[in-house]
Design a protein around this ligand. Structure first.
Ligand SMILES: Cc1cc2nc3c(=O)[nH]c(=O)nc-3n(C[C@H](O)[C@H](O)[C@H](O)COP(=O)(O)OP(=O)(O)OC[C@H]3O[C@@H](n4cnc5c(N)ncnc54)[C@H](O)[C@@H]3O)c2cc1C
Length: 425
């Protein structure tokens, strides 16, 4: 058989209405929302599944999405629909779960995008952005097929790290205002063969803290976060800490991956030696990549602040609600900083925080919206980023239909559509 020596990049694709970079929960819901409005929506996703940190990153459970005390729901719309579909296939134990099975979530997201008619391109990395006259002209996705140019009317940056925005040449903020340091990173892991009749989370924590006084662990984590998932004999760990690492430096991130795995191994050894119920524990899995809580934050038309969050501000251009506290995993280690919002209340996310200054046909969905370090520490959680994604998708559809710049999308119309689709704003 003759060998093939010649490679030609695939044809450009030019009939896209809404191009979504990144298929995490925000990007997936953005694409579903846009497609349900009749848009031709395409997702480019670097991994082979949707869900981002919720699936590939093993992030679990969903942080708070009901008001403290009253229990009223704050995040609904496509987020609630996703939970109901997950419950229907046994991926969680109720339709309002905290914990979930990410393998079944992958399936739910495949089905939601499939039914809405979204074109999902897996194994496709956003590698380039071409702009012209304050608009994005096309993006380049690199995959096994080569480098493909994708031309769309609007673009949604749902990469988590605001890659699309940065590659388009726009400025951004990173980390704490005083020193640019970002929140600590964590590599999630799972141990199996755990005897939950004997294993007690508080005892495990206490044993770790006691041992820390005399032993120099490489893992600086003070309080081990350990969860019981709806999986037999499994313990889920949010318990490694990688400090002082620049999430935008590939060398530093490569070290972080190795450091995370060393810390997981150290944790496993400690648990097996010292903690009841863990004697026969086995390492089942680490996440595909180390979890980055914070990296780029866009410069948007409004920067959300801690006062807005803690003062439960209700913006006239609200597109989503949140009830989660400001939760900062200190970049330099030490205790987690928590600032709670009042009971029976919620804050809101303004539309202007999704729209970057400088490019007319770009909107940002998910974690990197325009917010201060502290405000970001509240809105970064999965229920909220999912709702932000839905709003970004609906807004992109309106912009395409009416030929508008993203910042000129009529917010009352967007809000009406979101409410009609069950979202809480
Ligand atoms: C360590 C850690 C612990 C957390 N704990 C919790 C918790 O307990 N509960 C909770 O609710 N939230 C938690 N969070 C927050 C939450 O998981 C994330 O902030 C949220 O999932 C972000 O969603 P997203 O869709 O914006 O981004 P992501 O989930 O990061 O999705 C981005 C997607 O874009 C893809 N992508 C990235 N770059 C490119 C590119 N250049 N080209 C193509 N594709 C690309 C990625 O593969 C990914 O699928 C935690 C986060 C971390 C990191």
């Amino acid at each position: 058989m003759e060998a093939v020596y010649y490679h030609k990049n695939p044809e450009a694709v030019s009939d896209i209405d809404v191009l979504v970079a990144g298929g995490g929960l925000a990007g997936t819901m953005a694409a579903v929302a846009a497609a349900r409005c009749g848009m031709k929506a395409v997702i480019i996703e670097k991994y082979g599944c949707l869900g981002g940190m919720a699936t590939s990153g093993l992030v679990n459970p969903f942080c708070q999405y009901t008001e403290s005390n009253s229990g009223r729901l704050a995040n609904a719309g496509l987020f609630a629909e996703m939970l109901e579909k997950l419950y229907a296939i046994g991926g969680c134990t109720s339709a309002r779960p905290r914990h979930f099975e990410e393998e079944k979530l992958k399936l739910v997201l495949d089905r939601m995008t499939g039914e809405a008619g979204v074109c999902v391109l897996f194994h496709s990395l956003l590698t380039g952005v071409e702009t012209e006259g304050g608009r994005i002209k096309y993006v380049t996705a690199s995959s096994v097929s080569g480098n493909t140019r994708l031309y769309a009317k609007t673009y949604i940056d749902a990469t988590g790290n605001a890659d699309l925005t940065a590659f388009a040449g726009l400025g951004y903020h990173k980390g704490r205002e005083e020193d640019g340091l970002c929140q600590a990173m964590t590599l999630f892991c799972r141990f199996g063969n755990v005897d939950w009749k004997k294993f007690n989370v508080s005892d495990a924590r206490a044993a770790w803290q006691a041992e820390k006084k005399t032993r120099n662990f490489r893992n600086p984590c003070d309080k081990l976060l350990i969860f019981r998932l709806p999986l037999e004999g499994v313990a889920h760990f949010n318990a490694t800490r990688i400090l002082n690492t620049d999430p935008l430096d590939v060398y530093a991130m490569s070290n972080a991956e190795r450091e995370g795995r060393e810390q997981v191994y150290e944790l496993l050894e400690f648990m097996r030696e010292r903690v009841s119920g863990m004697e026969n524990a086995q390492l089942l899995q680490t996440a595909v990549e180390v979890g980055v809580r914070e990296s780029r934050r866009i410069i948007g038309h409004y920067q959300l602040t801690a006062d807005d969050i803690l003062g439960t501000r209700k913006f006239p251009d609200s597109i989503a609600r949140g009830v989660y506290c400001v939760d900062i995993h200190n970049p330099r280690g030490g205790n987690i900083i928590v600032k709670r919002i009042p009971d029976n209340d919620y804050y809101t996310i303004p539309y202007r925080s999704l729209v970057p200054v400088g490019i007319d046909n770009l909107i940002v969905a998910g974690r990197p919206i325009s917010a201060t370090h502290e405000a970001h520490a509240a809105i970064r959680i999965m229920p909220i980023t999912t709702c932000i994604g839905e709003a970004a998708g609906e807004a992109a559809a309106i912009a395409v239909e009416k030929g508008l710049r993203m910042i000129d999308v009529p917010v009352p119309e967007l809000q009406e559509k979101l409410k009609n689709h069950g979202a809480l704003i």
